[in-house]
Design a protein around this ligand. Structure first.
Ligand code: SF4
Ligand code: SF4
Length: 97
């Protein structure tokens, strides 16, 4: 996997990806059809059928697929908290940590 960075921090250190509420999800797969980044995986004979297979492929701060989800089953981490966390990492790295 190629090493991508966001705000100067490597992507694998940033926890940003869709969270699926399986109590609400109706397996419509609109989210998977919408997202061009291969974040989701549809598994035909398994439960749950939809999983977040490649969370690091998700574009940091994108939330677009949530709008395609009728039952509102997709949520994301808090943006402000994630931004603060990224800045904290950067500060640590700048200080030599
Ligand atoms: S769009 Fe929502 S309901 Fe449909 S598969 Fe995705 S998470 Fe489930
Ligand atoms: S937030 Fe954007 S990049 Fe991430 S899974 Fe949804 S549509 Fe894809």
């Amino acid at each position: 996997m190629s090493e991508t960075t966001f705000m100067g921090v490597t992507r694998d250190r940033i926890d940003w990806s869709p969270r699926i509420d399986y109590d609400k999800c109706n397996d419509c797969m609109e989210c998977d059809e919408f997202c061009p980044h291969d974040v989701f995986e549809v598994r035909e004979d398994q439960s749950p059928k939809l999983i977040v297979k490649n969370p690091e492929n998700c574009v940091v701060f994108c939330r677009a697929c949530a709008k395609t989800c009728g039952p509102d089953a997709i949520t994301f981490p808090n943006k402000n908290e994630t931004t603060a966390y990224i800045k904290q990492i950067r500060k640590g790295e700048a200080a030599g940590g």
